[in-house]
Design a protein around this ligand. Structure first.
Ligand code: FAD
Length: 461
């Protein structure tokens, strides 16, 4: 394996979503820079590379990576543009300000709230233009088999393919993860109604360039502009008991009557009501799940590696899940390029130790994001343990206090510095505060956040 051998290393990416395509680009970027020739194949289960018609917020941490790969201008070209403010949190009933959080964007490297379809199209076009990978469709991977020096993937259409390294980017319901770990997605207690509307359809819109969240007990409505600030992405969150949502799936095809949204958001201020009135007649009704933190992200002596939601599916309350998958891809690409270019650093002595370096750097930060996403969702719906017996008015200052600085560590981490520190033996910069600790003054629910440590059929390193 490596650049000196005749055959290039074969890397298979299972899942061509945001994480998988970004990973293909990052591998290509780092390997090209290191003069390493690899053959990358992306195996996507769907019949085309396509995203759902909703928005996704890309934070500065992930936007920076686009710029490093010379894709920053393209990203800015499809994104909404924040002008100095990230988000304003408002009372549900009067729209009065609770806290407004500034953002320190530069003209070039800035937050990028996007339409998912436009983001995926950008990634796919870049993969094709750069020859970063061969893209396959209708390839649903069912299982992987260890052949010693390589891995065989078995697809639902009865075909197989072999690779030296398989990267599982197949989302929260990952078939690759399911082969090694006995766990299931965890219901968060919340659902979300989702939709996108043109901003021009609103009679007036006082928040043209940034996110707004109206907060109430058990409900909150989040909107943010995407697509050059022409469209408004809507995510309306509601806490619901499991028995009321038995038929609700984690899918764009799970829909409801718009009247349900009106009923759930009765009492919200008129600006919020107007937004909801423009939602499609049958908006998407989405079950919000995440996963327990997973202690191990690589199997079969490093030949199978998890990335993105398959490794750390999280709730959307930090708007950070896609960005975390991109951070994974960036550093995995860097680690693989160093291994394949023959680095003598001991971390690259084997594929297993290379995968372990990736995990060492990425796991604590991704799990902290996972835990903080849960905590943030509880705060926005006034559901943290210390808010349960308090009135709405009493909770307002607590929300402001916990929200002001929450995203700082997500956005400002120097990923490459953390990687170099771990690689050169000085430990990992990010530490996990998640499990039962405090993040930004916020109690992170220890219960329900235990790590999953029950992998089956994995070899010792
Ligand atoms: C309501 C909501 C709002 C969100 N908002 C944000 C946000 O604002 N910002 C943010 O950063 N994140 C957000 N997220 C999280 C974000 O969507 C995910 O973290 C991100 O999409 C993960 O990317 P992924 O590539 O790992 O997985 P996915 O996007 O799920 O992609 C997985 C891909 O793998 C394919 N696949 C699945 N199984 C197989 C198989 N067996 N074989 C082959 N292919 C397979 C799928 O078809 C898909 O293309 C939000 C999530 C939700 C639910």
């Amino acid at each position: 394996m490596g650049s000196n051998e005749q055959q290039p290393t074969r890397i298979a990416i299972v899942g061509g979503g945001i994480g998988g395509l970004f990973c293909a680009l990052a591998i290509h970027h780092h390997c090209s820079a290191a003069g390493v020739h690899v053959q990358v194949d992306v195996f996507e289960q769907a019949s085309q590379y396509k995203e759902i018609g909703a928005g996704v917020g890309i934070g500065i941490n992930a936007a920076r990576l686009f710029h490093q790969m010379d894709l920053g201008d393209k990203l800015n070209g499809i994104a909404g543009h924040r002008t100095g403010v990230w988000i304003t949190f408002r009372r549900f009933d009067t729209s009065e300000d609770i806290v407004t959080v500034p953002v320190n964007d530069s003209d070039k490297i800035r937050q990028a709230p996007c339409a998912r379809t436009e983001l995926l199209d950008l990634l796919k076009a870049a993969v094709e233009e750069r020859g970063a990978a061969t893209l396959h469709t209708k390839k649903q991977c069912r299982s992987v088999e260890d052949l010693g020096h390589s891995v065989r993937m078995q697809f639902a259409d009865s075909t197989t393919a072999e690779a030296d390294i398989v990267i599982g980017c197949d989302g929260i319901h990952s078939a690759i993860r399911n082969q090694f770990v006995v766990d299931k997605p965890v219901f968060s207690g919340q659902i979300a109604y989702r939709g996108v509307i043109p901003i021009s359809a609103l009679s007036s819109w006082p928040f043209p360039s940034y996110s707004v969240a109206w907060l109430a007990k058990h409900r909150h409505l989040l909107v943010f502009p995407i697509s050059r600030n022409e469209q408004l992405n809507i995510v309306a969150f509601v806490t619901k008991p499991e028995n009321e949502i038995a038929d609700v799936k984690e899918s764009w095809t799970s829909i409801c009557d718009r009247q349900e949204v009106f009923d759930d958001f009765a009492g919200f201020d008129k600006t919020a009501q107007e937004v909801l009135s423009l939602m499609p007649e049958q908006p998407s009704k989405w079950r919000l799940n995440d996963r327990q933190p997973l202690d191990r992200w690589h199997y079969m002596n490093g030949k199978v590696i998890l990335l993105g939601d398959s490794a750390h599916a999280m709730l959307p309350h930090l708007g950070a899940g896609a960005g975390q998958s991109m951070e994974d891809g960036w550093l995995l690409g860097r680690a693989l390029s160093e291994r394949l270019s023959g680095s003598t650093n001991s971390h690259f002595a084997s594929l297993g130790s290379t995968a372990q370096l990736y995990q060492t750097v990425r796991l604590p930060r991704a799990q902290k994001t996972q835990a903080t996403s849960r905590a943030a969702g509880n705060t926005y719906e006034l559901q943290t343990e210390d808010m349960l017996d308090k009135s709405f008015e009493e909770c307002i200052p607590m929300i402001a206090e916990r929200t002001r600085e929450r995203m700082k560590w997500v956005w400002e981490e120097d990923l490459d510095a953390a990687y170099v520190k771990a690689r050169d033996g000085q430990g990992v910069a990010s530490k996990v505060e998640g499990h039962g600790g405090h993040a930004n003054g916020e109690l992170i629910a220890a219960k329900g956040m235990e790590s999953v440590t029950q992998p089956v059929s994995i070899e010792a390193q």
